[in-house]
Design a binder for this molecule. Structure first.
Ligand code: ADP
Ligand code: MG
Length: 346
């Protein structure tokens, strides 16, 4: 979504899973089948491990993956003009707007993460995201304080009512505009994973635009191992994390940003100031049972920054790793829950 139209989709991760090994057709040997493509303005990769070649089921799995991704995109992308979300955003009225069960689930989860992060994760910052040049339109304005104040006056969780029982969303301010870019990719990962489990493929790894979930074993019969990249995007891996029934998402200021007068403007918007965040946290990675939660928490925590965000993550027992710029390098700050979930440093 937002990041990826700039093409650097595979950002925070490099997949260290075993290389594509198509082992012999011996039925006792696990076989890996890999799928890849582009969707939601980004790239995706899926690996399935099965006791033998998938045969006809390969096509079935490929279709299930694409259907899940298409469904999320057509409902939740601000880059698709007639998506359900775009239609809600264009609905300039306080009349209740009915949404699908899937979009409702993502709004409910977004609200929960908004509350956990003290409002730092805020899908209503959409107008500011767009004005700062990180939305669907290709524009980058010089925003003075008056312009920021005006846009900010139409943001805030208090202007959105989520009627879960009725399946409707209500804008208390008709100008409200929501952006699900920081949660929809993670949610798409969960949907693909659920579809694969339902098809009878519990051993899989799903990655969409750098957000990942892995379950069971890789082709070597070991837990999946995923690398967290160093935030300068060139110097390799900071950490390798084992994932089994666990998702990992990373938010960073190093893939999607612009610089002006030597200053870095990140695509993460602080809802309080209405400006791109300006602290030393280069990236936050979060481990959670669902990728939607991991995705949104990573964004919320990076907006909060290495002090407040770290304290909050410790308090809530969230597994989070903060990479903080110091001099020419980075300092790693991990929560106790992260150390427990990620396994020993290697
Ligand atoms: P990525 O898109 O690189 O995975 P994130 O998951 O952190 O990174 O999502 C960043 C995107 O989320 C931004 O490009 C913008 O569309 C949106 N966004 C920016 N600030 C916030 C915020 N405070 N709360 C929720 N979404 C945000
Ligand atoms: Mg995110």
């Amino acid at each position: 979504m937002a990041t990826d139209r700039r093409g650097a989709a595979r950002r925070a991760l490099a997949l260290l899973a075993a290389p594509l090994l198509f082992l012999s057709a011996c039925s006792s040997q696990p076989v890996q089948t890999a799928f890849a493509g582009a969707a939601m303005g980004t790239t995706w990769n899926v690996k399935i491990i099965a006791p033998g070649e998938l045969g006809e089921r390969e096509q079935q799995a490929g279709e299930a993956i694409r259907d899940a991704l298409d469904d999320v995109n057509s409902k939740m992308s601000t880059y698709v003009a007639d998506s359900e979300l775009s239609r809600f955003n264009a609905h300039r009225s306080s009349k209740p707007f009915p949404v699908s069960a899937e979009t409702m689930a993502v709004f409910v989860e977004a609200k929960r993460i908004g509350e956990l992060t003290g409002g730092a994760f805020d899908i209503t910052v959409g107008p500011l995201v767009n004005a700062w040049g990180f939305g669907p339109a290709d524009r980058r304005e010089d925003l003075d304080q008056a312009a920021i104040d005006e846009l900010k006056s139409h943001t805030g969780w208090d202007k959105l009512v989520i009627n879960e029982g009725e399946g409707t969303l209500v804008k208390l301010d008709p100008e409200l505009y929501c952006d699900l870019s920081a949660i929809a990719k993670g949610y798409a990962v969960d949907r693909v994973s659920a579809a694969l489990t339902e098809l009878g493929f519990p051993d899989h790894m799903v990655e969409v635009g750098g957000e990942v979930y892995a379950n069971g074993h890789n082709v070597e019969g070991r837990p999946w191992r995923i690398g967290i990249e160093k935030p300068d995007a060139v110097s390799g891996m900071q950490r390798v994390v084992g994932l089994d029934g666990l998702a990992m998402a990373t938010s960073g200021d190093y893939r999607n940003y612009f610089e002006r007068d030597g200053k870095r403007f990140s695509h993460e918007i602080d809802p309080v100031t209405g400006r791109p965040v300006e602290h030393r946290t280069a990236s936050v990675s979060v481990l959670e049972p669902t990728c939607a939660a991991a995705d949104a928490l990573a964004t919320g925590l990076i907006v909060m920054g290495e002090d407040r965000g770290y304290e909050r993550a410790v308090e809530l027992e969230i597994a989070a790793q903060f990479l903080v710029r110091e001099g020419d390098g980075f300092v790693e700050k991990t929560t106790p829950a992260f150390d427990r979930a990620a396994g020993p440093l290697q």
